[in-house]
Ligand binder design. Structure first.
Ligand SMILES: [Zn+2]
Length: 411
């Protein structure tokens, strides 16, 4: 690899997520640091998001994310950074600069000057990365503490004087668990955007169901909040609107960390049979349907990425029917994250499953895109496979999720 190419890559490594997002013409919300939008590569609604403060990007549809601009550009453009061409192409995108010519002859002087610049650039990058990592750690710890604070101050949904949590699950899932994991609060704040001084703004406050994300020691690392409005069927959630853009906002949020953790719904992780999928409502509906078995722990992963973990790039495949136009306007098949888990991944790249689990029942989401979901469920099964463990995947009726099936059967 020539010095010019090495320098080119080091330059690209120094580009922040924000700079790259501007060059790539990604969408910025008018306020805040989190910028959700459809994935330029996988489509969907708000499947893709980047965060200019945490220096992170994530695609829920592709089950992939990271903390560098090069990786973000590669995902959005469907490039493989493991290949030389893919990497250089991604660098070229974030730098908005052509790839330097390989093999050009340079004088000894030029060469020495380049080497020096390259060395300086490398040092700068290493310092910047260390600083960024330290502030990210601090930020994460603060967020975790806030999440614990929210969760621990609330009362258990099954006993709370506040009936709304029970009614919400009754309406959505046909019942609720007799467990203390899920909690409910009458006055949970919805933070959105920032004021002129950069402080978070309280957009709304109201009834919410709050669940923890726990690790194997059962300590919460984050929480999952679902705001409730019993007067608004069929989802029974409030309508929240961004005051500046007029866009509808999600009525579920996660605080703190979720990666590697899971949401307990009913039963105890000590059980040898576990049942769960992406969302809380589906897990509850399935539990209600089978009568919340005493030998079973019911859980939710929070999202598909945390359920299935990242995919091995070699298993990516073209969607059989979905297409999207490339830069030249030619329709190309949408690439789907494949069924094979990424090699050498971190334990925290997906939710934990206790070693003693003999039966892990995975609940698929029937109202999400079928091919992408099927690939992710196969990946989840491969990732959590162990000798002596069976992992059935249960599908609801096409176009449905278990919670809608429960409601329609109950009526
Ligand atoms: Zn994507």
């Amino acid at each position: 690899m020539s010095e010019a190419i090495k320098l080119f890559i080091e330059d690209a490594r120094a580009v922040s997520i924000e700079e790259a997002a501007k060059i790539m013409r990604l969408t910025f919300k008018r306020t805040g640091v989190e910028h959700p939008q459809p994935c330029p590569h996988c489509f969907g609604t708000d499947t893709f998001s980047f965060n200019t403060k945490k220096e992170k990007w994530n695609c829920r549809a592709g089950g992939i994310g990271g903390n560098d601009a090069i990786g973000m550009a590669a995902h959005c453009e469907g490039l493989d950074v493991k290949s030389r061409e893919g990497l250089l192409e991604a660098c070229s995108i974030v730098l908005d600069r052509d790839i330097p010519e390989e093999g050009e002859r340079e004088s000894d002087e030029d060469r020495a000057a380049r080497k020096k610049r390259l060395e300086e650039r490398r040092l700068q990058n290493d310092c910047a990365f260390a600083e960024r990592a330290a502030s990210q750690d601090e930020f994460r710890e603060r967020e975790r503490q806030k999440a614990r604070g929210i969760y621990q101050s609330l009362t258990a949904l099954r006993t709370a004087a506040q009936m709304h949590g029970r009614f919400y699950l009754q309406y959505r899932c046909g019942g609720y668990p007799d467990a203390t994991w899920l909690r409910v609060g009458g006055d949970v704040t919805y933070w959105h955007g920032q004021d002129e001084r950069g402080s978070p703004l309280a957009l709304y406050s109201g009834l919410a169901m709050v669940a923890p994300f726990i690790m194997p020691d059962l300590a919460p690392i984050g929480c999952h909040i679902t705001w409730i409005d019993l007067d608004r069927p069929p989802k029974f959630r409030p309508q929240l609107v961004d005051p500046t853009t007029g866009e509808l906002l999600p009525t579920k949020k996660m605080r703190g960390s979720k990666k590697g953790g899971l949401i307990p719904i009913a039963g105890h992780p000590d059980c040898s049979r576990w049942v769960g999928g992406e969302g809380i409502e589906n897990g509850v509906a399935f539990g209600v349907w089978e009568g919340f078995r005493a030998d079973t722990f019911y859980f939710a992963a929070g999202d598909l990425g945390n359920l299935a973990g990242p995919a091995d790039p070699s298993s990516r495949f073209a969607h059989p029917t979905l297409k999207k136009p490339d830069a030249k306007g030619v329709a190309r098949p949408v690439m789907v994250a494949g069924p094979i888990p990424k090699r050498d991944q971190d334990a925290a790249d997906a939710m934990w499953v206790a070693d003693h689990v003999r039966e892990l029942v995975l609940l698929a989401d029937g109202d999400s895109e079928r091919v992408m979901t099927a690939a992710a469920m196969a990946r989840a099964r491969a990732r959590h496979a162990r000798p002596g463990r069976i992992i059935p995947i249960v599908w609801p009726r096409a176009g449905y999720d278990f919670s809608r099936m429960a409601v329609e059967t109950g009526e």
